[in-house]
Design a protein. Structure first.
Length: 104
């Protein structure tokens, strides 16, 4: 195993599940069709490099952090924030006020 960045459909699906975001939201933010994202996640279809890049960026904006393929731990995805920060962000979002874009 090398220290390369791997991004494929099953990893995208795992990241989306981890950050608890719908296919619709990721597809919208990444400017791809929902059906294309679903097929990519299930390994039924390949996307262009640009589409994969936009999906990855969208997932990162939702709080996913992708881990490089390393010899001892492998590759994967984890949350960008620890549990305490996630709870604080959720609490801030529930405080009310005018809704705005999150810069997470």
């Amino acid at each position: 195993m090398s220290n390369e960045q791997i991004f494929d459909g099953p990893l995208a699906r795992a990241a989306r599940a981890l950050v608890r975001v719908s296919v619709k939201d990721v597809a919208s933010k990444a400017d791809v069709k929902k059906s294309e994202l679903r097929d990519f996640e299930k390994g039924r279809d390949d996307l262009t490099e640009l589409q994969e890049h936009r999906i990855r960026e969208a997932l990162e904006e939702f709080g996913a952090k992708f881990v490089h393929d390393e010899s001892q731990s492998g590759y994967g995805v984890r949350l960008k924030f620890n549990r305490a920060k996630v709870r604080a962000i959720e609490r801030w979002e529930d405080e009310g006020g005018t809704a705005a874009e999150d810069d997470v």
